[in-house]
Design a protein around this ligand. Sequence first.
Ligand SMILES: Cc1cc2nc3c(=O)[nH]c(=O)nc-3n(C[C@H](O)[C@H](O)[C@H](O)COP(=O)(O)O)c2cc1C
Length: 320
Amino acid sequence: MNPKDVKNPLDNKPLLMLAPMQGLTNRVLRQWFIDHVAPDMVFTEFMRVQTRSRKRVTKSDLSEVNSHNGQTPLVAQMIGHGEEPLCEAAEGLQLAGAQHLNLNLGCPYGRMLSGATGGELLREPVKLAALLRKLRTQIKVDFSIKCRAGYDDPRQIFELLTIFADCGVDWLILHPRTVEQRYGGAADHQLTAEVAAISPLPLIANGDINDVETGLEILKIPGLSGLMLGRGALADPFLFKRLREGEAQPLTDEERSAQLQSYIADLLPGYLDQFCGERQALMKLKDLLNFIPDPERQRVLGKMKRAQSLEKFSALLRGL
Ligand SMILES: Cc1cc2nc3c(=O)[nH]c(=O)nc-3n(C[C@H](O)[C@H](O)[C@H](O)COP(=O)(O)O)c2cc1C
């Protein structure tokens, strides 16, 4: 499914997407989400486009493109700068089989040694428009943008919207904070509603959607095509399922424990395989725990983060 194909965004099937999160949404984690809660679309972590190497995308990033056997649409996300590097990266990714390409215009930490990337590209809208126009001629598949509301002014999105539409971008994910805000304050979904009201492009809302109530409220916005869940989904992966079912009832303590235990335990074999050994797998699992803020289980989660072996980690997990 693709936001462009949503004829009526207000029918009962808004798209629910798993956000790209560097260092976290690796292929094993994405596959877990696909198998257990079936997001409509998943994203790769951002792929840094190389400016100094003719190989614009690393071999390992290229191999990500085919990671889920076409089960669920996978969007390959690029971050970088420069028309030539980005166009060549897009070409390489398409040759590798990518059906959906996305450009990151949101990352507040995206600056590379060679120049501004991610959210910083919003500082020069004229240059950005030229880049997007060029990229559009190169990208034959679906092309989306993930962006902040603006660099330092959240109203910049209205100027950006015209640029994106004129340049032939297919759809847009909006995280309604400015780049300068980083993760401070709150995502302003009043602004999302204003954008949805006039957007010529299908619009997906992202930012601070951490519970069913918030998600359902945002889905009432007329003209919205769906939601993208990031940190909220890492902390509560079954949020996808409950949102789809409109189930606002909070989980019981037992349900929450059982869900967390199976979520983390299920990842273990895949992480051991993907990250070459116990130490690396353990580190990656601990990275995920940092995104599970659960006051009821803080003590055990803290011990798990300090566990020095997988055996100890697994024993603690059983008591979560
Ligand atoms: C650790 C971390 C890594 C992230 N990596 C990416 C990334 O690779 N690409 C991207 O577009 N956004 C990235 N983001 C931003 C998220 O996709 C999302 O836009 C942001 O967290 C707001 O949504 P949320 O409140 O649902 O988490 C990252 C966020 C976090 C916290």
